[in-house]
Every structure is written in structure tokens, then in C-alpha cells.
Design a protein around this ligand. Structure first.
Ligand code: PLP
Length: 390
């Protein structure tokens, strides 16, 4: 059993076929339509499509003014792209720990890590679970520091805001960045989206994603007058293609159904794992609804993660360990590329004790029960071996 499986069929094939035969395959009408539909879904004023979430984060940080020598308070406990994007700006990621029992940034530690060099706060909605935006937004506003949300995994996740449920990506901070990599909830192969309510930020994203070209291809194509473009600033090629956007539009139509199914499957896991000893299951805070991009359970101290995962793989069930920590990777470890803004104990515990279980649309309750049983057997087996060794 795989850990994840994207939901793709003839509808996506047909969408790509339509674009291929149209003769316009990048920065055309499909991009525009995908952006409008994505903005409508999240409730954002602006959505700008880009090549992936890493480039989205790079542009977001640059647009709020992060540059060489600046600091960005973020988490180490995330996919490495989060911290790397800060380094692309020549800035220093300042890592704070995640909250105990959650995989998300601890707002109290953010407050303590802020210095006069802090130019942005970059939070992550890890595994689709919303970070504590109410506290982070208040903190960021009080200090007049921009808040960027790494929402790579969080399309379809929701948060209670002023008494109403709203989508992650409205955004609640200044900018939110999404990923359409196949491991996320919807996919365009690769792809990303940046949402914001600020038209000035949106204009920067649009300029920089296309080499800072002053006039777009679409405008020149449609003009009856000859137009010469210029390049006022250093830009990038961070474009999404219309082929990807056409797939994204189909995926967006399926999104409500996908999220509903993921929530149903996560609830089944919680039910089947309730009586298991040695594990704790994830819980949503009162103010958050996850899209369950991943379902991660924590093992009790002393139960070897890798052995449990191997025992399950021997039964044909794929799992993944908890999210990585950038500060432990060779690209960071022992270097001046980052600064620890707090102890990172819970981040390391989360990496070493979390196990991500298979979860994808199309799974049956029976399959969930099979995984839960296999997990139970694996834990018992590993415990027995540990006791014997001792
Ligand atoms: C996947 C992921 C990214 C990177 O997304 P890409 O689209 O692959 O660039 C960034 N941050 C987090 C938290 C992720 O999970």
C-alpha cells in the first residue's frame, strides 16, 4: 500500500488535450482562469500562479522586503524548502521550536526570537493542520512585521476567524504560498500559487515570475500596436504552464470532495487507533479543521520508529517518518546559515517519533483497519524485542 496517491483521471487528460490543441501553452487563458478560481476558493483578492511552492516562498519573502543580512523567524521542523527560501534572499532563518503535541510553530517562542533585524515571520501549516494564526497575526501586526504562511500542504484546510470558518489562504497573514506537488492534496505535477489581499504585492509576484518583463506575452499578442517590452528589475522564470493550470482547474473542482474524503478517512484512523497502546493520535484544536494532507501519529518514547516502519513495510504497508528538521541536515548543521531562536527539542522529538500512515482518496474502511492492525502488531513486536534486548 502506498503512502499517498494523486487523484487523476480522464478529466485531467481532456483538460490538457484542450490546451495542447489550442496552441497557447503558457501564461495564457488557463493560468488566468485557474488564478481566478483559486482566489474565489480561498477568498483571497489576488492569486498568482508560479512554478512551485519554493519559488512562491522566494517571491513572497522578497516582496515583503526580505534581503541580505535580514532575519526571518520560522521553523526548522518543515520540509527544507521553507528554510531554503529564506536563504535564497540572502537572509538568515531563525528557527523556533514547534508546540508540544503539535507540529506547528510556538507563537510564544516567535515573540522571544524577534530582533531589530527580523523582516518577516514565516509560519507553516504543517501536514495541513493550521498554525495558530490568531496569535501569530496579532503578534505580527503589533510589531509591524509581515507574516507569510507556508500553506504548501494546506489547501482546503480551515480556521475559525471572527466566529466563521474560512479557508487557509485568504490569507490571514500578508501572503500565503501553496504547492501542487503530487504529495499534496491536489496536484499539477509541479506548481504553486501565491495569494494576497495586497495589490502591490501581487503586482510584484506577476512581474518577477516572468523575468520582470514590463509587458506580458498576452498583452503584446492582443495589441494592434507594436509594443517593446523592458526589464526594469532582476526577475526570474518562475512560470506555471497552461497545461498545468488546466489540470489545476480540474483538481480544484474535485477539491471539496477530496477534502471531505480525507476527513472521513482520518476520523476512521482515529477510531481504529483509539485503543492502541503506545501511540497518540493527532487532534484538531477547536479553531482548526485540517485537510489531513498527512495523518501523523506519535510513538511513545522508547518504541523504535524505524523498526515499527520496517515491520509494516514487511507487511506491504508504506509509512513515512515525521517531518524533517532543517537544522539537522548537512546543508545547515554546524553552519552560520541559520540561527537557533530557541531550543528545538520538540522539533527533534516530532521527527524521531512521528509515523505518517497511508491516507489517500479511494481507501476503504477495511484498508484503514488493516493498516491499524499492522501498526498494532508492529508496535507489539518492537516492544517485545526491546524488552528481550534489555
Ligand atoms: C512541499 C512543501 C514545500 C515545497 O513545495 P514545492 O511545490 O515542492 O516547491 C514547501 N513547504 C512545505 C511545508 C512543503 O510541505
Amino acid at each position: 500500500m502506498p503512502i499517498a496517491r494523486p487523484v487523476l483521471d480522464e478529466r485531467e487528460v481532456e483538460a490538457v488535450r484542450r490546451v495542447v490543441l489550442s496552441g497557447w501553452v503558457t501564461q495564457g487563458p488557463e493560468i488566468k482562469a485557474f488564478e481566478e478560481e483559486f482566489a474565489a476558493y480561498t477568498g483571497a483578492a489576488h492569486a498568482c500562479a508560479v512554478s512551485n511552492c519554493t519559488t512562491a516562498l522566494h517571491l513572497a519573502l522578497m516582496a515583503v522586503g526580505v534581503g541580505p543580512g535580514d532575519e526571518v523567524v520560522t521553523v526548522s521542523h518543515s520540509f527544507i524548502a521553507t528554510a531554503n527560501a529564506v536563504r535564497y534572499c540572502g537572509a538568515v532563518p531563525v528557527f523556533v521550536d514547534v508546540e508540544a503535541g503539535s507540529f506547528n510553530m510556538d507563537p510564544d517562542l516567535v515573540e522571544k526570537a524577534i530582533t531589530p533585524r527580523t523582516k518577516a515571520i514565516l509560519c507553516v501549516h504543517q501536514l495541513g493542520m493550521p498554525a495558530d494564526l490568531a496569535r501569530l497575526v496579532t503578534l505580527a501586526r503589533c510589531r509591524a512585521i509581515p507574516l507569510i504562511e507556508d500553506a504548501a500542504c494546506a489547501i482546503g484546510s480551515e480556521i475559525l476567524w471572527d466566529g466563521n470558518w474560512g479557508k487557509i489562504g485568504r490569507p490571514h497573514g500578508d501572503v500565503a504560498c501553496f504547492s501542487f506537488h503530487p504529495r499534496k492534496v491536489i496536484t499539477t505535477g509541479d506548481g504553486g500559487m501565491i495569494t494576497t489581499d495586497d495589490p502591490k504585492l501581487d503586482a510584484k509576484f506577476r512581474l518577477w515570475r516572468q523575468h520582470s518583463m514590463s509587458v506580458s506575452d498576452a498583452v503584446r499578442h492582443g495589441s494592434r500596436q507594436v509594443i517593446f517590452e523592458s526589464y526594469p528589475e532582476l526577475g526570474f522564470n518562475y512560470r506555471m504552464t497552461d497545461l498545468q493550470a488546466a489540470i489545476g482547474r480540474e483538481q480544484l473542482k474535485r477539491l471539496p470532495e477530496i477534502v471531505a474524503e480525507r476527513r472521513k478517512l482520518a476520523a476512521l484512523y482515529t477510531k481504529h487507533l483509539a485503543s492502541l497502546s503506545g501511540v497518540s493520535t493527532p487532534r484538531e484544536p477547536r479553531w482548526a479543521r485540517s485537510n489531513w494532507q498527512s495523518y501523523a501519529v506519535m510513538l511513545e518514547n522508547g518504541i523504535d520508529q524505524q523498526s515499527v516502519m520496517q515491520a509494516m513495510l514487511d507487511e506491504g504497508i508504506s509509512t513515512r517518518r515525521g517531518i524533517m528538521n532543517s537544522h539537522l541536515e548537512p546543508a545547515y548543521k554546524g553552519s552560520t546559515a541559520f540561527r537557533a531562536g530557541s531550543a528545538l527539542g520538540y522539533s527533534e522529538i516530532a521527527q524521531n517519533r512521528a509515523v505518517i500512515l497511508p491516507l489517500f482518496p479511494g481507501m476503504t474502511e477495511n484498508q484503514i483497519a488493516i493498516v491499524a492492525d499492522s501498526f498494532d502488531r508492529a508496535i507489539k513486536q518492537v516492544r517485545e524485542l526491546t524488552t528481550q534486548a534489555a
